[in-house]
Design a protein around this ligand. Structure first.
Ligand code: SF4
Length: 494
């Protein structure tokens, strides 16, 4: 009798690279390996298990409190796409099509690791410090991977990756971009350089951690702009000081001129601010952006003041200047020539600065993965892909990434965005095309799945899924429940 002779190398068909993998070796992406002639997915399937159990960490060093420890009673399982594998080409049904009854309704979840050539991350960095101008290029290892985009309230924003950098530049640019995206999505630290030679900013970004800007760990996100700060804390100052200036790169506030000061009957002080006056008590462009007071480039706040109006100001006038995080403050009294003289900050004013700081939230980097799932990936879900898109738009199908609720952008396609902190750790992989591999699950009623032409014949009950060796995690309360009734627009009578 002839023994089965296993070929020396097997071909992985999980992505277009189609690696030939020798026995005992892994493929180019390290996701698949040849174990004695069997093609195996190396990372364990991740299952979210509702109910008390021992939580198995994914990698050494990974914390068992990934989810914050909240455990929901019950025994329902949600098979995520983390570690599920990929089918390629896309017409093949997704690796897992899992059915189960939820509150009397037959539900199905289509589970696959998507290969996202069109993907990137949006990064929100809570800081006032200048990290670069809008449209400045962001580089890693000298390669452009994205750019600075419009700032949001108290935060700087980056747009990184995308097909322009993954495939539209040099081979090295694509490889470096893919690696940076992978590390950011897997919550690792990435060092970036922003801006042109001679005035670059070095920034270390890591999801869930404060940014490190030119070597300084940022502590606080500002409480608001200078005008907002004047509006929030006037009662801390009135009676203790004659004038307050809240220094801010965007809108510097002046108490006596501001509507707040007017309503609280703060008399004029004759103060003059350099910069462009907007509405009363609100000034733009008092200095250049930088890493000093309130996101400006100044370390001495007096440089933003002109001479006091001698017809209004008086000797002994008390002036308090503070930044929007409360971390910098100074107190002055005008001398006989109406020039501010630095004095020790009185206790009440120091307390007011501390109150501003107390009201600031900790500075943190947020990394949101964004990818397009409206393309060929849909064929693994249904033979009629556009019906999946419609079903998502009609809220009959709920989209999650690693069990975390994904925001689906309006308009065409299935463009999803998800906070990587709500996903299981190490949810992402890559293939060297280059593209990111990200988990995606589509959950819907079985009857809706049949209507949209789903691969119903490939459904398996959750109890039939081979989850031996799976990583089991408790639900993340911030990630939402993929099976929750509120996710779906149908009614019991539909
Ligand atoms: S890169 Fe990875 S997924 Fe693609 S063929 Fe090679 S081993 Fe398989």
């Amino acid at each position: 009798m002839q023994e089965d002779v296993k070929p020396e190398k097997i071909r992985c068909d999980a992505c277009p690279v189609m690696c030939y993998i020798a026995d005992g070796k892994s493929g180019a992406c390290d996701r698949y390996a040849n174990h004695s002639g069997e093609l195996v997915r190396l990372d364990p399937l991740t299952v979210i298990q509702q109910g008390e159990q021992d939580v198995v960490p994914f990698l050494s060093g990974a914390s068992t409190d990934d989810w914050g420890g909240d455990i929901i009673k019950g025994d329902r399982q949600f098979v995520t796409a983390v570690g599920a594998g990929t089918t390629y080409p896309d017409y093949k049904p997704a690796p897992f099509i899992v059915s189960q009854q939820v509150e009397g309704v037959d539900m199905v979840t289509v589970v696959t690791e998507g290969i996202f050539s069109y993907c990137g991350v949006k990064v929100k960095i809570d800081t006032d410090r200048h990290i670069g101008h809008e449209r400045d290029v962001v580089r890693v290892d000298g390669e452009p991977i994205g750019h600075v985009m419009t700032s949001e309230y108290g935060s700087k924003m980056l747009s990184l990756g995308g097909v322009e950098h993954l495939t539209g530049g040099s081979k090295k640019e694509g490889r470096v971009t893919c690696d940076a995206l992978l590390r950011l999505c897997n919550r690792e630290a990435v060092t970036m350089t922003i801006g042109d030679e001679g005035h670059e900013t070095e920034i270390v970004v890591q999801a869930g951690q404060p940014p490190i800007i030119n070597g300084d760990v940022e502590r606080l996100m500002r409480v608001g702009c200078g005008s907002a700060t004047i509006g929030m804390f006037p009662k801390q100052w009135i009676g203790f000081v004659d004038e307050v200036v809240v220094v801010d790169d965007h809108i510097t506030g002046v108490l006596s001129e501001h509507e707040t000061g007017k309503q609280l009957k703060v008399p004029p002080t004759g103060i003059r601010i350099k910069g462009r006056r907007s509405t009363p008590g609100r000034y733009f462009q008092v200095a250049n952006p930088g890493t000093g007071w309130g996101g400006t480039d100044i370390d001495d706040p007096l440089v933003i003041l002109g001479d006091f109006n001698p017809k209004i100001a008086w000797e002994g006038l008390r002036l308090f200047m503070v930044s929007t995080t409360g971390l910098q403050c100074a107190y002055y009294e005008l001398d006989a020539d109406l020039r501010p003289q630095n004095k020790q900050v009185p206790e009440q004013l120091a307390v007011s600065a501390a109150l501003i700081a107390e009201n600031c939230e900790p500075s943190v980097c947020s990394v949101l993965f964004m990818g397009g799932a409206g393309g060929s990936l849909r064929a693994g879900v249904t033979e009629n892909p556009v019906r999946l898109t419609r079903s998502v738009k009609e809220a009959l199908t709920h989209v999650t990434c690693g069990g975390a609720e994904a925001y689906v952008w309006p308009g065409g396609g299935i463009t999803v965005m998800v906070d990587v902190m709500q996903m299981p750790s190490n949810s992402f992989g890559y293939v060297p095309t280059p593209a990111l591999v990200a988990p995606i699950e589509f959950t819907l009623r079985v009857k809706d799945y049949a209507t949209l032409g789903g691969h119903v014949g490939h459904m398996k009950a959750v109890s039939e899924i081979d989850a031996e060796g799976a990583r089991r995690l408790p639900p993340n309360p911030k990630a939402g429940d993929p099976m929750a009734r509120a996710n779906y627009r149908w009614t019991e009578n539909d």
